[in-house]
Design a protein around this ligand. Structure first.
Ligand code: ASP
Ligand code: MG
Length: 445
């Protein structure tokens, strides 16, 4: 079984949706197709939810009307027969009746952690999969919808319950044995209260990986609008190229440290069950894309990724000198406020570390100040250079730093992982760093 996931832009226009229908039917074997919402829909639903949160029903209704019109036009173009056009319009009006019903709820029910808000966000994937399902039916393809809300779940810490997901999928897939193309929703799931929830923005990739791991798929294919993971950020650097092969570890680091093509948790379940992940381009099906597996390929410099919005915290204390237990105290504070630390670098009397979730920064700093001197640097960027055993090879550091001679580097992390060297710079230097690394390390000027 193959798992094929298509993102918002791959289904965002009627002709694109038709194109992926071709692609899916031409791919041999049985497959599960995971779809995102049409591009722009989840953003629109967030906007609607935020207006409702503020109690601004008029503004919400305006957005709902715009979105509804978009879907009406989409449907009238997607289907060819009058019969299916009517089915499509029925689906759209059913969804928008429900969205207005949700909107009519009390504003208090739209707090960020609330049920109605999350239910609203789920409508994008629910409608895209229904429309695609009807499109395949119109083409007389042997297909079924498998609701993600019947098997995808997260626990009280918002962690996917992979074992349970696998258990639930067994009988469901058995009952669909005779079906060629099974369609399901990305992103949405149930939480420990059995309410509708989601796997966070961009979470459809994660759905595909969880699903592929749970059913022991042959391969998980993530179809987007770029021909794989690139060696550098193509939005910033002119010459970049797709990397043909990466290990799970290398791809994880790149996704976590800023490669926008993948949701950062995607690789975890695939790696655990050793299911290869292939990144493919809907606009150029024949491009080889990127294959992520446990196979190592030897190039030392594979890719560079950058993650913005980082805060650096420097913690200095004379009590750290020749003492033990100091770092434990520091880490406990971050743990208490559920704030992950990305980079860390220590000297005898000071430690610098970085976080990307600054929501509890003030409280963290207050507690740190009870026993140390604290300085904060906001607006930092982590640039990660990833490659095969890059962390312990001769000449690597020299090559990296000789092209960054003009850049003040705030922190460096080497040796934590064999396949990653990370540096921290003020965000104003990010572009310069990416461009100079592209020239100096990848010889792409
Ligand atoms: N539709 C969701 C989002 O826009 C999930 C996804 O596309 O992966 O974040
Ligand atoms: Mg995405």
């Amino acid at each position: 079984m193959l798992v094929l996931k298509f993102g918002g832009t791959s289904v965002g226009k009627p002709e694109r949706m038709r194109k992926i229908a071709n692609l899916v039917t031409e791919t041999p074997g049985k497959k599960v197709v995971v779809l995102s919402a049409l591009s722009g829909t989840t953003n629109a639903l967030v906007t609607i939810g935020d207006f409702l949160l503020k109690g601004d029903l008029d503004a919400a209704e305006k957005e709902i009307t715009v979105l509804e019109k978009h879907y009406q036009a989409f449907v009238s173009e997607l289907y060819t027969s009058e019969n299916f056009k009517a089915i499509g319009q029925e689906i759209v009006s059913r969804f928008f009746i429900f969205i207005r019903l949700l909107a009519a709820g009390h504003p208090d029910s739209y707090r960020d952690d609330d049920k109605s808000y999350r239910e609203l966000l789920a409508q994008g994937e629910l409608i895209s999969t229904e429309l695609f399902y009807q499109h395949l039916l119109e083409r007389k393809i042997n297909t079924r919808l498998l609701p993600a809300l019947h098997f995808m779940s997260i626990d009280e810490n918002e962690e996917p319950e992979l074992e349970k997901i696998a258990q639930r999928l067994k009988p469901l897939l058995k009952s669909l044995e005779h079906v060629d193309i099974i369609i399901t929703q990305g992103y949405i799931c149930r939480n420990h209260k059995n309410e509708i929830d989601n796997l966070k923005r961009g979470g459809s990739d994660y759905t595909a990986s969880l699903l592929g791991a749970a059913i022991g798929a042959e391969e998980i294919q993530i179809w987007t609008d770029i021909d794989g993971m690139h060696n550098n950020d193509p939005r910033i650097v002119q010459k970049t190229y797709p990397i043909s092969e990466l290990t799970f570890d290398e791809a994880s680091e790149l996704a976590y440290f800023g490669a926008k093509i993948l949701h950062p948790s995607t690789i975890v379940p695939a790696q655990k069950y050793n299911v290869p992940v292939r990144l493919k381009n809907t606009m150029d099906e024949n491009a080889p894309g990127t294959l992520i597996s446990n196979k190592e390929t030897k190039s030392v410099f594979k890719a560079v990724a950058a993650k913005d919005g980082i805060t650096a915290i420097n913690i200095k204390s004379s009590r750290m000198l020749m003492a033990y237990g100091f770092l434990r105290r520091v880490f406990e504070i971050f743990e208490q406020y559920k704030t992950p630390i990305d980079m860390i670098s220590t000297s005898e009397v000071a430690v610098s570390l970085t976080i990307d979730q600054a929501a509890n920064l003030d409280k963290i700093v207050d507690e740190l100040r009870t026993f140390s001197h604290v300085e904060i640097d906001p607006n930092q960027t982590i640039v990660s250079i990833v490659g095969h055993r890059i962390g312990n090879q001769k000449g690597v550091l020299d090559k990296i730093f000789s092209c960054l001679a003009e850049v003040p580097v705030r922190m460096v992390s080497v040796g934590g992982s064999y396949n990653n060297i990370s540096i921290l710079v003020d965000t104003q230097y990010k572009e310069q760093v990416l461009v100079q690394l592209n020239a100096g390390v990848f010889n792409l000027a």
